[in-house]
Ligand binder design. Structure first.
Ligand SMILES: Nc1ncnc2c1ncn2[C@@H]1O[C@H](COP(=O)(O)OP(=O)(O)OP(=O)(O)O)[C@@H](O)[C@H]1O
Ligand SMILES: [Mg+2]
Length: 316
């Protein structure tokens, strides 16, 4: 039994969200400067504190930096040229910057500045302290939210709401994220400090802009296996509906700790919601929402705009 109405929760959440400082007071940043030798270098104003992500196979390196002019903690995402091995990867890196710098929304990691140095393409971004929350919980520990201390339909609803708001904004701008997964969702605060921390979407490394027909052409199949929609293949024309598929799998995973593939589900067949795992979501609309996201034909999936009106997210 829920004791508080979701309406109240969302009112509180919205009030807090509107006060989010990163959108209210942008500070002028300048990631690159010219050295006395005439080289473009990272502005020494940004002091590197630590590396928080650096994988051998990935061109991305994520560094925690301090802006010594304001003491603000920020992220420097570097796309290392020594690991960008093909023309296609280079185009991808430039596309990531072009797309990320064109968007600004409460549920999207804020982009401050970008610049190219000899060894990397550099993006200066907002730092989200709760960056390991979804990765640890879902990818590492396989724990669903219905276990304590993270239990709570309202919490999952709040997280869903944030992700869908972010997606709705992206889709309204003609952008398909194309890599929606736990690792690309970050929390605005550490989870202990705030019952329903704001969720932000990061990583526009695979994102595409649709053309005037509403579709984007992808040369190669891409994405993270478990979350890749069926229509994403070599040479496919894809639409924002691709993100709704990944969202359906993501919510299934957040709700019960596994995706339907673990129940031998074949896309296009009814989703086998295992009775034992779903009782707390009965009557919330979540299962129906997931089904509406996981329709095989992209044009039959719920859109991000309609998602905001779905009973799963209704305020009463
Ligand atoms: N703004 C941020 N604040 C805090 N942590 C971040 C931020 N951006 C990225 N990270 C952390 O770094 C990880 C990798 O970042 P990101 O997803 O942008 O890189 P990537 O391009 O996906 O790399 P890969 O291709 O290896 O997946 C994220 O999963 C998150 O843990
Ligand atoms: Mg990523």
């Amino acid at each position: 039994m829920e004791t508080e109405s979701p309406h109240e929760e969302f009112k509180v959440k919205r009030k807090r969200s509107l006060q989010s400082p990163d959108l209210a007071s942008p500070i002028s940043h300048c990631i690159c400067v010219t050295s006395p030798e005439g080289k473009t270098i990272i502005n020494p104003r940004y002091e590197i504190l630590s590396t928080i992500y650096d994988q051998p196979a990935s061109p991305s390196r994520i560094l925690l930096v301090k802006d010594t002019e304001t003491d603000a903690i920020l992220i420097l995402k570097q796309l290392l040229k020594c690991k960008i091995l093909s023309h296609a990867q280079n185009i991808s890196a430039l596309r990531e910057i072009e797309i990320h710098q064109s968007i600004r929304h409460l549920n999207i990691v804020t982009f401050y500045d970008s610049g190219e140095t000899e060894d990397a393409y550099n993006l200066l971004l907002e730092y989200l302290p709760g960056y390991l929350y979804f990765t640890d919980r879902i990818e590492v520990n396989n724990k669903p939210f219905n276990l304590k201390p993270d239990g709570g339909v309202q919490k999952l609803k709040s997280f869903s709401y944030d992700v869908i708001q972010g997606l709705e904004y992206l889709h309204s701008q003609g952008i398909i994220h194309l890599d929606l997964k736990p690792g690309n969702l970050l929390l605005y605060t550490d989870v202990d400090e705030d019952e329903y921390p704001l969720v932000k979407i990061c990583d526009f490394g695979l994102s595409r802009k649709v053309d005037e027909t509403g579709y984007a052409l992808i040369e190669k199949k891409c994405g993270t296996d478990k979350y890749v929609p069926p229509e994403v293949n070599d040479g496919a024309r894809i639409s924002p509906a691709a993100d709704m598929w990944s969202l359906g799998l993501l919510l299934h995973n957040l709700a019960v700790g596994y995706t339907p593939h673990a129940m031998k589900w074949t896309p296009g067949q009814p989703i086998p919601f295992h009775k034992r795992h779903w009782p707390k979501y009965e009557g919330t609309g979540l299962k129906e929402f997931i089904e509406a996201c996981l329709r095989l034909k992209p044009e039959e999936r719920i859109t991000s705009r309609d998602a905001l009106l779905h009973p799963w997210l209704s305020f009463n």
